[in-house]
Design a protein around this ligand. Structure first.
Ligand SMILES: NC(=O)c1ccc[n+]([C@@H]2O[C@H](COP(=O)([O-])OP(=O)(O)OC[C@H]3O[C@@H](n4cnc5c(N)ncnc54)[C@H](O)[C@@H]3O)[C@@H](O)[C@H]2O)c1
Length: 254
């Protein structure tokens, strides 16, 4: 398969220590991009970045001073910025009637506030020459997802935020789109591990029809990375405010 080339493109990827972020950190240098990986997990993130030919900087996306320092250091390392891919996030399970205030703040701080902070930090560099922001939403934030109401609320916030800045920052030629994946990652492994055996069996049965292509979540390297390569390229410059579902047809809404 020939992937979209990213020659010389300067790209920050958050969540680079696991899952989809890791997949991009591993693939994009081979497409010609200059990549800085940001993650809370220093051990995993730095090892992956070193193997991939990328640079790693530790960050807590929920902390403004940490984000500002890490993104500034990344932009300094890259000599500018063309693309921010903000994949870092968490998805803890909890029945809605049992949600605690602490859980609400934790998930909202990492998923929703983290999106605002990373996007704001990138804005200063992107507004000079334009560029692309790719945030990660979820079908949970659009359709709802039992046992994940706080997560769903946080992703609803990501979508509303992204569409608003897509309008505000269009004057700077900054595009803002949302990736809505259904891709098999450690986050999904954790979700599966929290299901009792009978629930997991029922889940796998439902997925056979819920995901029209393949009947299960997609593969990082073959189903996800090629799409992100295109959406990180200048070829996607005329799209903004869109939910881009990479999910085998699970979410057939706009
Ligand atoms: N896997 C799916 O099918 C799916 C579906 C819908 C949405 N998403 C979203 O896609 C994104 C990537 O998901 P994934 O499945 O690759 O997840 P993952 O759990 O494999 O990786 C998430 C990464 O985020 C990092 N992270 C968490 N909190 C952080 C913090 N405070 N600061 C910095 N880094 C932090 C983790 O260390 C980890 O490396 C997430 O935003 C997730 O909500 C995933």
């Amino acid at each position: 398969m020939t992937l979209t080339q990213l020659d010389g493109r300067r790209i920050i990827i958050t969540g680079g220590a696991s899952g989809m972020g890791e997949g991009l950190v591993r693939a994009f240098p081979g497409l010609g991009a200059h990549v800085v990986s940001l993650d809370f997990n220093t051990a995993g993130g730095s090892a992956i970045a070193a193997e991939a030919g990328a640079h790693f900087i530790q960050v807590d996306v929920a902390d403004k001073s940490s984000v500002d320092a890490a993104v500034a250091a990344a932009i300094n390392h890259l000599g500018g910025l063309d693309v921010l891919i903000h994949a870092a996030g968490i998805a803890p399970a909890s029945l809605s009637e049992n949600n605690t205030v602490e859980l609400w703040h934790q998930v909202m701080n990492i998923n929703a506030l983290g999106t605002m902070l990373t996007n704001q930090a990138a804005f200063a560099a992107l507004k000079e020459n334009g560029g692309q922001i790719l945030n990660f939403t979820s079908a949970a934030g659009i359709m709802g997802l039992p046992n994940k109401s706080v997560y769903a609320a946080s992703k609803g916030a990501v979508t509303a935020w992204s569409r608003t800045i897509a309008k505000e920052w269009s004057q700077y030629k900054i595009t803002v789109n949302m990736i809505c994946p259904a891709i098999w990652t450690p986050m999904y492994d954790k979700t599966r591990s929290e299901m009792p055996a009978d629930v997991l069996a029922a889940h796998d049965e439902i997925m056979k029809s819920a995901v029209p292509i393949g009947g299960k979540l997609g593969d990082i390297a073959s189903d996800f990375v090629p799409v992100l390569a295109f959406y990180s390229s200048p070829g996607a410059n005329f799209m903004t405010g869109q939910v881009i579902a990479i999910d085998g047809g699970t979410l057939m809404v706009r």
